[in-house]
Write a protein that binds this ligand. Sequence first.
Ligand SMILES: Nc1ncnc2c1ncn2[C@@H]1O[C@H](COP(=O)(O)OP(=O)(O)OP(=O)(O)O)[C@@H](O)[C@H]1O
Ligand SMILES: [Mg+2]
Length: 261
Amino acid sequence: MLAPLPDPPEPKRGVRVSARGVERAFRGVGGAVLGGLDLDLAAGSFVALLGPSGCGKSTLLRVIAGLDSPDAGSVTLDSTSGAARVAFVFQDAHLLPWRDVLSNAALPLELTGTGAAERRAAARDALDAVGLGDATHKMPHELSGGMRMRVSLARALVTRPNLLLLDEPFAALDELTRQRLDDQLRALWAELGLTVLFVTHSVDEAAYLAERAIVFSARPARIVADRTLALPRARTSALRAEPAFGAEARALREALEQGGG
Ligand SMILES: Nc1ncnc2c1ncn2[C@@H]1O[C@H](COP(=O)(O)OP(=O)(O)OP(=O)(O)O)[C@@H](O)[C@H]1O
Ligand SMILES: [Mg+2]
């Protein structure tokens, strides 16, 4: 487990995200899912996204990742350090059951034609970063849910992304495992300086992880709250008992209720 870093360095690698007038509708879904959404994410920021089920959070992530195209509007990714490299972490780890941990983590580099030695070294680094350096030869069926999710995270990190999109990645895990992975993710963010957009249904997880939390209304998604969280940068589990933390979580919950969650 990585120790949370006290003072995150200046963001170096993060991508700035600008969504302008993004619209997306689907056949069979009444009305627009995204109805002209504007959103800016600062380079190197950690932003949590909350909103009722079906409001369009995953749709927005897919549009930002370029996995789906908006019907109107645009998304711009600006990187100060070379091209934007986007990685996506889904709720399910989606590991290939016949491959060991190392070759699962190396998969994205295999798809881009990176040489065997280089991709194994990169996968080893990424697995070290998520605390799985000693599990490289295990098979997916030998792993706990939390370990599988860490392999999924390592597989996302192996391409050295400067924008990391996570769609309810820890939702299926028990509370303690989830809190450990929250700590690990925040430490990685602090160390790597990448931009993170994290979708969750948990106001506590949003408040614990992010510097800024955005709450969407029911469909069509509009922003009902956009809060810069008034919490210290160094987060430890003791923070969860602090009144300031409770106040932020409460404000997010109220915004969710107000938005139809
Ligand atoms: N490819 C698609 N084809 C048709 N409808 C879709 C498609 N993708 C999403 N939708 C619909 O768009 C709406 C928004 O879906 P989306 O997955 O973005 O919601 P969400 O906010 O991520 O919800 P949840 O919190 O349950 O994950 C839903 O009604 C969904 O059924
Ligand atoms: Mg979703």
